[in-house]
Design a protein around this ligand. Sequence first.
Ligand code: MEV
Length: 438
Amino acid sequence: MERSSRFKGFHKLSMEARLERVVQWAKLDSVERDILAKHFGFTLETADRMIENALGIFPFGLGIAPNFRINGRDYLIPMCIEEPSVIAAASNAARYLRFEQGIRSKAQPPRMIGQIQLFGISNPDRFKRQILLQKQELLQVANNLPSRLIQLGGGAKDIEVRDFSHASPPFLVLHILVDTKDAMGANAVNSICENLAPYLEQKFQIKAGLKILSNLCTHRLVRASGKIPLHWLHENPRKAEKIAHAVELASRFAEEDPYRAVTHNKGIMNGIDALLIALGQDWRAVEAAAHAHASQKGKYTALATWRLQKNKGFLEGNIEIPLPVGTVGGITGVHPTVKVNQKILNVSSAQELAQIAAAVGLAQNLAAIFALSTEGIQRGHMQLHSRNIAASIGAQGPEIDKVAQLMVAQGTIHLQGAQEILSHLRKKQNGTHLRQRS
Ligand code: MEV
């Protein structure tokens, strides 16, 4: 039987109990368990190998968003983020998006674009014709590299020419479409570009400029959609419809107004980036691609949209987003926690990872605009932030939870409130000590 990721009350468990649940669910061995529990594995040497001028390690919290059902499969989503409430929100929204097969998500086959800038072409139209005629030969040259990706059947698959002869000085750009298989593909694409450029220079007596991948991933789109039966939103049909309508209005706000759309999309990226970081991905590449895609039609707009389908009895959401991600290459094979997270996510291809990321983005967006269009975002957010506030004013150990709970209970979730509560608690504590001693 399929495992269910619907973990009721997961957030109420102790950290240890949560870990045990995930260890069992994902069948982690004791080494993998220790990598999570004792952050074994990522050493100073790893850091020194990975980046330059390394001095140390910068840890983040790693959490799990349960409840996700995507394309009929259940997933636990590893998420790494500094912002409280993101993981809670994603887990909560995922519960609503479990109808039938859950979130439906489909990714295009992974195709990245490499660009070679070309100068000195006197007749662009003739050059374009020549390139098209000699495409197969050029693809062969481009793929003549000792690359695992190419051995596996990936590599340069098509060539297009783009004309910028109106520019000063005029230039053309050769686009190489690369099948990146399960890699994000940046290194492979850059190598292919650098490999082909000298051949083009020699063959056509021209000069190559930049040779680099494009982060405008027009061929790596993922579309995901989710449906929530209205009666899941509220047992009272009128109230359920009211909620769904409010979510639709929030969506339309972002679809129309770029000022709102950027925030709407930032919320989407809260979820996607948290997953990408946990999975060792180049989240800056995804950020760049996502926001460029949001403005592809000439106006910056919402990446995800929601509609009340009154006749069908659903609230329905859709997202379209480019997701250049990989399950091999980059740091996926060298970062110990990333490897464990891959096992928890149980993801077998870059396309599947992209599908999951889009689904997480859709759920994250639902959580945000649901909260915004009902009770507002701050109450829940500040409750979850209260422990950070308590820690930031010097509360220690069990004081942190006490101060946080009292701030929430008294409605004083701010620095001053926390300070007053802490000094009151400590005075009380000192009084007790004194009485005990005397
Ligand atoms: C906060 O990190 C993200 C939100 O602002 C997103 C949104 O407004 O949709 C809550």
